[in-house]
Structures are given as structure tokens and as C-alpha cells.
Design a protein around this ligand. Structure first.
Ligand code: SAM
Length: 299
């Protein structure tokens, strides 16, 4: 190990059931972070609240300070905690480690006016509506096609002065975008408490006052006060929950209000369209990869 190295990494391949004990073992021996990646290109759909789903085969990267004696550590790793012997420590310069984050998350333009920028970056266009986000545990960095389609639709069509519901708000990205695009009141709803915290943190980071973007769990009393009063409802969830939520979402809308639904695949569109008919006549208005956006007005 070069004396100049700031950091070093160990790389492992593990089965899903080995990940948690292996992480615990690594943290107990001084790992500063453990990053998990898919080893076998296996897509994971949206987790339920409190769930942290994992791929069947997981690639772990453990980061240690440059001064740690990883040669000794390599000899101590219990064989039942990984499927292959870990690869030897790789020196990582400080600069390169920062770049790992920069490579994964970078500013993204969404339509004409909106940019989604990781909080540590300088927005490339200071005159744009820049939304600063910390990619955390809650879904919604802007990189996913379903989020991107919703953001582009908000950017293109949301008039100022609207009351907007962001149902399944995750990181709060859509609700914050709506507020920054001129919505006067936004209600964020999510059934995952982590999403409530993330949405509030991100709203604060973007100087969206609490009063302009209220964020609540689905059973909160505040939802009753929004009945039949939302000009726009945006929900980026999955097809199954979107079908189940049809009565709840339509009851929030004013007549003539606009509904945007994302999180469904092209071959699930018909089932979701039927669940909202005849109150809302939905049609596919955008497609990115295999994901579609449905939009329509309430009668
Ligand atoms: C795909 S994420 C979307 C996050 C963000 N709105 C975006 O567009 O990137 C879906 C979110 O919906 C939430 N969710 C799923 N089912 C829900 C339900 N029945 N009621 C409320 N929220 C739900 C999840 O916890 C998750 O945060």
C-alpha cells in the first residue's frame, strides 16, 4: 500500500443472506462505508416501507482509511460471509472517491426550466429552476425514467397558482418541483416514514417553506381538507397501488383537474386506464424505455 493513498477498497461477491452479517463484520473492523451493487443485472422493483430488498448476488465495496492493515484483515474474513475470496485492497485516491459519487449523480435537465442537481454540485445554469437533492434512501433522484417523465410534464404544463398533490412523494422531488414552478400549495403523501423525512429535508434545502409543501402519511387528517380541491395530482408509484388508489386520488381532484400517473410499464397501461375510467379519461402521453406516463382530466 502506497503511503500516499488516502483510502483503500476491498471488493466482495456475496449472496443476499450473507450481506448483512458481512456489512456488520466490515463496519466492526473499521470500514467507513459499504456500497452494494447488483452482481447479475437483476432489476428490483419498488420496495415496501421499511424493506431493503437485495439482489440474489451482490457486489460489495468496502472503503477503509489508507492506514488500515487490510492484509491482516483479508486473512480473518470468515469464509461463510462471502461466496468468493475478496479481491486485494485497491488504493483509492481521495479525488477518485469523490468521482464515484459524481459519476453516479450529476445535474439533469428536465424540460425547459427545471434542473435536478445533486446538492454538492454547482448548478450548470444558475438561471434555471434548480432543485438540489441529496440522493438518500427515499426514491427520487430524477434519474429514473418515471420521475423524469413526471418532471418534464410538470415543467411543460403546470400553470402557476395551482394546488398540487404529490402522492408517493419519496424524496419529495415532484412536490418540490411543483412548488418551485409556482404551485401555491403542495401536499406530499407517502406511506414510508423515511420518505416523509427526506421530503421535508429536501424541501428545506430548496427553500420551499413547510406551509407551501406539507408532507404526511396516508392516514393523516390533513388529507380530508384536500378533498375535491387539487388542481393537479401526480403519482409515481407502481401499477398495482395506482389501481388500488384510484378512488382516493380522484376524490382529491377538482372537476377539470389534471392527473399524471407514472410507475407503470407499457403493458400495464390499459389496466390502470380502466381503473380511472370514466371519471378520468387517461391516455399515454409519454414513454421512456418500457415505462409510460398517463395523463388526463377529471370530468
Ligand atoms: C417510485 S417512488 C416515487 C418517488 C417520487 N415521487 C418520484 O417520482 O421519484 C414511489 C413512492 O410511493 C410510495 N408509496 C408506495 N405505495 C404507496 C401507497 N399506497 N401510499 C402512499 N405512498 C406509497 C413509496 O414509499 C415511494 O416513496
Amino acid at each position: 500500500m502506497s503511503a500516499a493513498a488516502e483510502w483503500q477498497e476491498l471488493h466482495f461477491t456475496a449472496r443476499k443472506d450473507q450481506v448483512e452479517p458481512l456489512e456488520d463484520w466490515l463496519f466492526a473492523r473499521g470500514a467507513l462505508s459499504v456500497t452494494l451493487e447488483d452482481e447479475a443485472d437483476q432489476p428490483l422493483l419498488e420496495p415496501g416501507p421499511g424493506e431493503t430488498p437485495l439482489w440474489d448476488a451482490v457486489r460489495l465495496t468496502a472503503l477503509f482509511a489508507g492506514a488500515e492493515d487490510l492484509t491482516r484483515l483479508l486473512g480473518e474474513i470468515p469464509s461463510e460471509l462471502c461466496t468468493q475470496a475478496p479481491t486485494v485492497a485497491v488504493p483509492v485516491a481521495d479525488r477518485e472517491w469523490t468521482r464515484v459519487w459524481e459519476d453516479q449523480f450529476h445535474p439533469l435537465q428536465m424540460g425547459e426550466r427545471l434542473w435536478i442537481c445533486p446538492s454538492w454540485t454547482h448548478p450548470p445554469n444558475p438561471n434555471a429552476i434548480n432543485i438540489l437533492l441529496v440522493p438518500g434512501l427515499a426514491f427520487g433522484t430524477g434519474a429514473h425514467p418515471t420521475t423524469a417523465m413526471c418532471l418534464r410534464a410538470l415543467d411543460a404544463d403546470l400553470p402557476p397558482g395551482q394546488r398540487v398533490v404529490d402522492y408517493g412523494c419519496g424524496s419529495g422531488i415532484l412536490g418540490i418541483a411543483a412548488a418551485r414552478l409556482g404551485a401555491t400549495a403542495v401536499l406530499g403523501v407517502d406511506n414510508d416514514p423515511q420518505a416523509i423525512t427526506a421530503s421535508r429535508d429536501n424541501a428545506q434545502r430548496n427553500e420551499v417553506p413547510d406551509a407551501a409543501f406539507r408532507v404526511v402519511l396516508p392516514q393523516d387528517d390533513l388529507i380530508a381538507s384536500w378533498q375535491a380541491s387539487a388542481d393537479w395530482v401526480v403519482a409515481n408509484i407502481l401499477a398495482g397501488p395506482l389501481v388500488a388508489l384510484a378512488p382516493a386520488l380522484t376524490s382529491l381532484m377538482v372537476p377539470g383537474g389534471r392527473l399524471l400517473l407514472a410507475g407503470l410499464l407499457v403493458d400495464q397501461a390499459q389496466e390502470v386506464i380502466e381503473a380511472y375510467a370514466p371519471e378520468v379519461a387517461l391516455s399515454i402521453t409519454d414513454q421512456q424505455e418500457e415505462w409510460v406516463l398517463l395523463a388526463g382530466e377529471k370530468c
